[in-house]
Design a protein around this ligand. Structure first.
Ligand code: NDP
Length: 313
């Protein structure tokens, strides 16, 4: 008899039926189902669930749950709230890294080519050519050199930018000057024309870019946050933008999503607002990865690498 695997999400934006179809096609012989399709005995027997950023409480229906496989890369909603015995496996997908790199490149080039200023000039019907430098004279910092950050750093380097990579532990990436540890962050910020955030949201990164840390940024630097909103202190960011200490922020992620109507970020002249679209998961490639991990588990109990609960990512 096929093993039922619930797909759990609390987000209306996640097309659960499409996910179940894609996962089912990638994992023949297993029943990918909605939680409500399971009877009490089946729920009690569930060992693994596939999840898309669910309310942790939604998983309480499965008392024997051993692990969850997220189809999202960011799992901060589950870390620290799920029973620590339950392993959390997050999505690591080369397709996601490629799409994220395209997003980061797009945002960095938008800033590098001064498009926000040209858009303001267009609104004022002003024809003025601004000075343009080559990418090699622009320094871009990538904060977070994990799966996504390293890919983005390489893509930025390939265009010719000077690239600084910062993470908890120092990495080695060809052509990228790398740094490790919180103590090195002020120096990285002081050199970067554009700061790109690709960190996970954890206790250590929440509010990392607060007023004192943003004060280390090079005057007139720009910020790209494609990671999670609360890593940047929004009030401190607005203050820095208002004073011209920072020139522009491209924000794909926010403290509250969707960004509430009337939020000052919507109409701020130095902010570009995007609705969390930097790297949407590709259902087909993600389903193939999840299915391979589930198949190995059902075959011989092999478990994929899990999030480190203490580190939070
Ligand atoms: P990884 O876990 O692979 O990488 C995380 C990186 O951040 C690592 O280099 C890690 O350092 C570093 N890091 C973590 N904590 C700290 C810290 N306190 N100080 C310094 N460095 C730190 O994650 P991914 O690259 O796969 O994803 C990054 C984030 O991107 C996700 O958590 C998610 O929030 C976000 N994301 C956003 C999307 C969007 O559409 N906007 C889509 C997908 C993901 P070390 O290697 O030394 O441990």
């Amino acid at each position: 008899m096929s093993t039922p695997v619930p797909f759990v999400t609390s987000l209306a934006a996640e097309p659960a039926a499409d996910w179940r179809r894609a996962l089912g096609a990638a994992l023949p012989g297993h029943r990918i189902c909605a939680p409500e399709e399971l009877d009490a005995a089946e729920r009690a027997a569930v060992r693994v669930a596939v999840v898309a950023n669910p309310e942790p409480a939604a998983l309480a229906a499965f008392p024997a749950l051993e692990w969850v496989h997220s189809v999202w890369a960011g799992v901060e909603r589950l870390v620290g709230t799920l029973d620590p015995q339950i392993r959390i496996v997050r999505l690591v997908d080369p397709d996601l890294a490629q799409v994220m790199s395209e997003g980061v490149l797009g945002h960095v080039l938008y800033l590098h080519r001064r498009i926000p200023e040209y858009l303001a000039q267009q609104r004022a019907e002003t024809w003025r050519q601004l000075e343009q430098v080559a990418a090699s004279r622009r320094c871009v910092a990538v904060l977070g050199m994990g799966h996504l950050g390293q890919h983005a750093a390489r893509a930025l380097r390939a265009v010719g930018f000077e690239v600084l990579g910062w993470s908890r532990t120092r990495k080695t990436v060809a052509g990228v000057e790398t740094f490790g540890g919180t103590g090195t962050l002020p120096g990285v910020l002081a050199r970067a024309d554009i700061v790109t955030v690709l960190l996970p949201l954890t206790d250590a990164t929440r509010g990392l870019l607060d007023a004192p840390m943003l004060a280390h940024c090079k005057p007139g630097a720009a910020l790209v946050n494609v990671a999670r909103g609360p890593i940047v202190d929004t009030a401190a960011l607005l203050d820095a933008l208002g004073r011209g200490a920072l020139s522009h922020a491209v924000l794909d992620v926010f403290d509250t999503e969707p960004l509430p109507q009337g939020d000052p970020l919507w109409s701020h002249p130095s902010v570009t607002v995007l609705p969390h679209v930097a790297a949407p998961t590709n259902r087909d490639t993600a389903s193939a990865i999840v299915a391979a991990n589930l198949a190995a588990y059902f075959r011989d109990g092999t478990l994929p690498e899990a999030v480190d609960g203490a580190r939070g990512y």
